[in-house]
Design a protein around this ligand. Structure first.
Ligand code: NAD
Length: 471
């Protein structure tokens, strides 16, 4: 029986390995992590992450051929294939701070693999890493000269949170990059055989290591660029009376462009887009490609602009101040169907409103009060001066209230900001919400989920990103 071990039981490692275990009953899969609480949660009825369909997949194979363990070294030593799916956040200090990927978790995982291994292994880069990481990892794995054959493969993950199970079950493509040597090709074939259990052969693409590493960064950069492009258009639509939804529809009908990822919004969030683009910017700078670096930097800058534009719109609409006013924030996760709040636009929007002394009442169906308070307790990260990261003032956090119901959040509010596109926000009783609010009642839709005409008929003053403003 082939044995797989995955280091890192997070948003990628957990669901990805659960899908491999489900589709490959002849393979033993063990997911390990140094975070014991996370492993305990994977072994419980309350999984550490919310992802539609994940509970069912885990239940189907946990204890059969899927295991979660904090005994990292034992399971790494026993594995034939070791996936490394640890976090690769942006460096916050030192060389490249604010842009470069922090590979300390990766390096310590690689050193541990080198130390505990007694047999040949295929080591798979599942985390998103800078191009040429495999070269560094090879050096680390072979530093102690034990004569073990380590083959490094790049197998970046393209799942999106919220649709991870669907994406894993029917991936658009699986990418495997390896060395162009006989051993490298053998390793590629071994990993291909795992995915071939359920992915059609034509969707498994093999290529050289560096192309595979760059492809992941390129895909995220181009996806984020589409969002920044439509968001930039949304500002022009608002200035001219055009409707960005109509523009996106017209543009997306062009088969060369296509309709996906053209929804204007308050801005993208999540742990990947900003981090991966900044990493790309850093790699370009290191290679002397300043103009290319500046081009990609704009994608992040437009995203920041969109978030601050939203806050300015809220404040200016509400007679130029939200001081002392209650603002209901509906949605805190960075997108629907996840409880993940990493880099969510909601953090920046809330900080902006708190900066003008608003009182905020937050409701999100999947994010805990603790998480929201933790996220808001830190000031906005200053990428140019990462050392300036300071806790937020205690007075500001006192102005935040987290509640478990949209009606409770909006009761007595002067304004409502919709910051995550949860389906339930489309079905709320907006007449009831209107009746419970201060007048004039303002609603600012950062995800374009509400029916603007219906809400205006109820009496709301409505702002929806990129749509014509209230007459
Ligand atoms: P995560 O923070 O949810 O999980 C990483 C896990 O690795 C953590 O539980 C951490 O405790 C563990 N870990 C760190 N160092 C370890 C070590 N030395 N030994 C054992 N465990 C260790 O991160 P994630 O969202 O799963 O992302 C992982 C990687 O996948 C990142 O590089 C990310 O860019 C990439 N990625 C993420 C997504 C996504 O949607 N989240 C999608 C595609 C790719």
């Amino acid at each position: 029986m082939v044995k797989i071990c995955c280091i890192g039981a997070g948003y990628v490692g957990g669901p990805t390995m659960a899908m491999i275990a489900l589709k490959c009953p002849d393979i033993e899969v063990v997911v390990v992590d140094i975070a014991v609480a996370r492993i305990n949660a994977w072994n419980s009825d309350r999984l550490p992450i919310f992802e539609p369909g994940l509970d069912e997949v885990v239940k189907a194979c946990r204890g059969r051929n899927l295991f979660f363990s904090a005994d990292v070294e034992k399971h790494v030593a026993a594995a034939d294939i070791v996936f490394v799916s640890v976090n690769t956040p942006t460096k916050t200090r030192g060389l490249g701070a604010g842009k470069a990927a922090d590979l300390t978790y990766w390096e310590s995982a690689a050193r541990m693999i080198a130390d505990v291994s007694k047999s040949d292994k295929i080591v798979v880069e599942k985390s998103t890493v800078p191009v040429k990481t495999a070269e560094a990892i090879e050096k680390i794995l072979t530093h102690n000269n034990k004569g073990i054959n380590f083959q490094i493969l790049s197998n970046p993950e393209f799942l999106a949170e919220g649709t991870a199970i669907e994406d894993l079950a029917k991936p658009d493509r699986v990418l495997i990059g390896g060395r162009e040597t006989p051993e490298g090709r053998k390793a590629v074939e071994a990993l291909k055989a795992v995915y071939a259990h359920w992915v059609p052969e034509e969707n498994i693409i093999t290529m050289n290591l560096w192309s595979a590493e760059i492809s992941k960064l390129a895909a995220n950069a181009i996806l984020a660029q589409r969002i920044s492009s439509i968001n930039a258009m949304s500002a022009l639509c608002e200035a001219t009376g055009a409707d960005v939804a109509e523009v996106a529809y017209a543009v997306g009908k062009d088969s060369r462009i296509g309709p996906k990822f053209l929804n204007a919004s308050v801005g993208f969030g999540g742990s990947c887009f900003q981090k991966d683009i900044l990493n790309l910017v850093y790699i370009c700078e290191c290679n002397g490609l300043t103009e290319v670096a500046n081009y990609w930097k704009q994608v992040v800058q437009i995203n920041d602009y969109q978030k601050s534009r939203f806050v300015k719109r809220v404040v200016s609409s509400m007679f130029n101040t939200v001081s002392g006013k209650k603002i209901a924030v509906l949605g805190f996760a960075f997108k629907k169907d996840t409880g993940d709040t990493r880099e969510t636009a909601a953090i920046d929007v809330c900080h902006g409103l708190l900066g003008d002394n608003a009182k905020i009442s937050v409701y999100d169906p999947q994010v805990t009060a603790d998480q929201i308070m933790r996220d808001l307790a830190m000031n906005k990260f200053d990428w140019d001066h990462p050392q300036h990261l300071q806790p937020m003032s205690p007075t500001a956090t006192k102005q935040v209230d987290v509640v478990w119901d949209a009606y409770e959040a909006t009761k007595g509010a002067h304004g409502v900001c919709i910051l995550t596109e949860w389906d339930e926000f489309k079905k709320l009783d907006y007449k009831r919400i209107y009746d419970g609010m201060q007048k004039p009642a303002f609603i600012f839709d950062g995800r374009n989920v509400i029916n603007v005409d219906e809400l205006r008929k109820i009496g709301f003053v409505v702002y929806s990103v990129g749509k014509p403003l209230d007459p």
